[in-house]
Design a protein around this ligand. Structure first.
Ligand code: NAD
Ligand code: DAU
Length: 339
């Protein structure tokens, strides 16, 4: 068995967003002695409040863009790893305006790869199961790490492009990198544009939840804390150049998830609106995480989705000030798209 890599000084890009901030909280709680430098542009999706409570001696925050090569030249030396979460992350936004997705997800990853090549820093690239396209509802197959890339949306094709850059930088330049492709995350601090928080906050605001298409699309839900623990295992014990799929066997149709939210929040299960479908809407995602489980011994801690959903509903109910300021603008944007 190879020795574990033990990073002490880690840059986390996109650390003020949903998954990045949850990862930082997880590292601070579970990995004493690790210092984090957050690099975040604070786009509409970044929020410094997400990092409240992190002790000053465990974290520095740098407000900046991953596309800024000069900034990376200043920042990267002296760190022993970069965990790269920063991205434009929302499919619907990518359909309305793809340009920032190409800039941040493709060029930004390229800039980071050039920096880790120059300064010989370990790199972990956070990606998505959407790079593999979608599965039919009735096929037993799940995504495998070596499946061909067949992304459907501007978002997923930009993430697929970034993954291919990472693979090429490993092979051509010997950069020490790994990639993880994770399924749909849920949990606290997710932007209200995304499915689960949108429906919870709609109900809290007296707006009817909105379901796309026929509601039968399937997503493979994982609690964001389980994503964090998996990323740490891969960063410290994963094999360089490898791709690991992260998922927790959480397949559910959108309509089932929505009905569970409605039920939990005391509403009738048909108390929602059907709205225009997403163009090119992927039908089903499903992850086979055997490699991660067998090779690194990773197991998810949150195996009860109903329980995780209840905690998530409680978080949005108790933290209205976190989302109220952006809710109406988000809904106005959706209304213009007929969604
Ligand atoms: P998010 O939209 O909540 O957060 C993205 C963060 O990146 C924000 O803090 C934003 O300010 C920052 N950012 C954006 N552009 C930047 C730039 N040019 N320079 C520096 N910072 C920038 O996203 P998320 O849902 O937390 O996703 C994080 C990562 O995980 C992404 O790479 C995404 O593709 C991937 N992922 C997400 C999911 C999911 O379910 N949300 C699942 C699998 C993989
Ligand atoms: O699979 C991983 C991906 O999961 C990540 O790479 C993305 O960053 C993340 O946003 C997520 O993508 P999805 O497009 O699957 O997530 P979203 O929350 O936008 O939608 C989940 C499902 O719910 C999808 O089938 C569309 C549907 N939906 C979404 C919204 C916002 C609705 O039916 N109604 C809605 O209001």
């Amino acid at each position: 068995m190879t020795e574990a890599f033990e990073p002490k000084n880690v840059i986390v890009t996109g650390g003020a967003g949903f998954i990045g901030s949850n990862f930082i909280h997880w590292v601070v709680e579970n990995q004493p002695g690790v210092h984090v430098t957050v690099l975040d542009k604070l786009t509409y999706a970044g929020n410094l409040e997400n990092l409240a409570g992190i002790p000053e001696d465990r974290m520095d925050f740098v407000h900046g863009d991953i596309c800024d090569a000069a900034l990376l030249d200043e920042l990267v030396p002296g760190h022993d790893a970069i965990v790269h979460f920063a991205a434009e992350s929302h499919n619907d936004n990518s359909i309305a305006n793809p340009e920032p997705f190409i800039k941040t997800n493709v060029e930004g990853t390229f800039r980071l790869l050039e920096a880790v090549r120059k300064y010989d820093v370990r790199f972990h690239h956070i990606s998505t199961d959407e790079v593999y396209g979608d599965l039919a509802l009735d096929e037993p197959r799940k995504f495998q790490p070596d499946d061909p890339y067949e992304p459907s949306s501007p978002y997923s094709s930009s993430k697929a492009s970034s993954d291919l850059l990472v693979r090429a930088w490993v092979r051509t330049y010997g950069v020490r990198a790994t990639i993880s492709n994770c399924s749909n995350n849920y949990g606290p601090r997710q932007h209200v544009e995304k499915f689960i928080p949108r429906q919870i906050t709609n109900i809290l605001c007296g707006i009817r939840p909105k379901l796309y298409g026929d509601g039968k699309n399937v997503r493979d839900w994982i609690h964001t804390e389980d994503h964090s623990s998996a990323v740490w295992e891969i960063l410290t014990r994963g094999r360089i150049g490898e791709t690991y799929l992260i998922g927790a066997d959480g397949e559910r149709s959108n309509i089932d998830v929505l009905r569970a939210i409605l039920h939990e929040m005391g509403h009738a299960e048909d108390d929602f609106d059907w709205v225009r479908d997403r163009p090119g809407h992927d039908r089903r995602y499903a992850i086979d995480a055997t490699k991660l489980r067998d090779e690194l011994g990773w197991e998810p801690a949150h195996t009860d989705f109903s329980d995780g959903l209840r905690q998530t509903i409680a978080w949005y109910t108790e933290n209205r000030s976190w989302w109220e300021g952006v809710k109406s603008a988000t809904e106005q944007k959706y209304a213009k798209q007929g969604q």
